[in-house]
Design a protein around this ligand. Structure first.
Ligand SMILES: Nc1ncnc2c1ncn2[C@@H]1O[C@H](COP(=O)(O)OP(=O)(O)OP(=O)(O)O)[C@@H](O)[C@H]1O
Length: 296
């Protein structure tokens, strides 16, 4: 095993599927390699969950988020990343396993109850009300505490000045990156302690993606613990304290973000394709430019 592989734990990829009754305490620590000591703020233990009866998408997933952490979930298409996030927020039924927040069980609690308890969720799509203004969207986010609107609006406008400057603009007229900003700000209106972000960079240009990652980091630095699901694995790992690699609804690897980024196995299995995609796209652009030099 290389040094890098020593640094990053392969959870159960080569091993037979772990079930709740067979996971030892030592293995549990390895599932969350690099996690700080102490009680986690949010913990998912052995989650089995799915959308359709009899079809499990998560086959025993584990995740912990400690206070102040920014934790990423990466993995191939269809691995169950978004499903894990949604199951934390009560949007996909958990069939077995538990989710706890501050030590209290919140498994399958309704989303509005979770918001009340300090969990915010930003969906990947349809995450703003297009016919409403920015300000009205943010009011919707604060509907459980309307009297705190002014104070919370000042907080998000400080984080994202554009939103304050353009508060009367309809969300439907905003760019994808600006809508993403509104969606994040709306989730922040209830002063969550935990923010769950589902692929916030999806569909954005590379520049806008960078802005989204910086924004995520800024939210985290402001004291909000964050779980982020990302397809842009490399970029996500750059900003994350720790990452979980999911594969086929199970934990495959975990470790500090930068260690995962440099782990040869993770690169080969989960990050390598990105490099290939980028090279393919560059080759396609060169070919198209050679065929039609005027096009750009
Ligand atoms: N609403 C749904 N109803 C039924 N099956 C679903 C639903 N949403 C997702 N799935 C299935 O669950 C599996 C995992 O999907 P999920 O979106 O969690 O994966 P992911 O890792 O986030 O993938 P991607 O990176 O492509 O978004 C897939 O096989 C998908 O088809």
């Amino acid at each position: 095993m290389s040094d890098a592989m020593d640094a990053v734990t392969r959870s159960d990829h080569d091993a037979p599927a772990a079930t709740p009754s067979t996971v030892s305490v030592e293995d549990r620590a390895a599932l969350h390699r690099g996690a700080p000591a102490g009680e986690p703020l949010l913990a998912a233990t052995d989650l089995v969950a799915g959308y359709l009866p009899g079809v499990d998408i998560l086959n025993g997933c584990n995740l912990v988020l400690h206070p102040g952490e920014l934790v990423g979930i990466i993995g191939p298409n269809g691995a169950g990343k978004s499903t894990l996030l949604k199951s934390l927020f009560g949007l996909v039924p958990v069939r077995s396993g538990t989710v706890t927040l501050g030590g209290e069980e919140i498994t399958n609690l309704r989303a509005d109850h979770l918001v009340h308890r300090g969990v915010g969720f930003v969906p990947q799509t349809n995450n703003v009300f297009p016919s409403l203004t920015i300000e009205e969207n943010l009011q919707m986010g604060a509907y459980q505490a309307p009297r705190r609107f002014a104070e919370r609006f000042a907080f998000v406008a400080d984080l994202f000045p554009t939103l304050g400057e353009r508060r009367r603009q309809r969300a439907g007229s905003l760019s994808g990156g600006e809508r993403q900003m509104v969606a994040m700000a709306r989730a922040l209106m209830m002063e969550p302690t935990v923010l769950l972000l589902d692929e916030p960079s999806a569909g954005l240009s590379p520049v806008r993606q960078d802005e989204t990652f910086l924004r995520t980091r800024r939210i985290n630095k402001a004291g909000v613990s964050v779980v982020i699901v990302e397809q842009n694995a490399r970029r996500a790992l750059q900003i994350c304290d720790r990452g979980y690699v999911l594969d086929q609804g199970r934990n495959a690897y975990s470790g500090p973000g930068r260690e995962l980024m440099h782990d040869p196995k993770v690169i080969e299995l989960y990050l390598g394709t990105l490099a290939t995609d980028v090279e393919d796209a560059a080759a396609a652009r060169r070919e198209s430019a050679a065929q039609d030099p005027d096009a750009s």
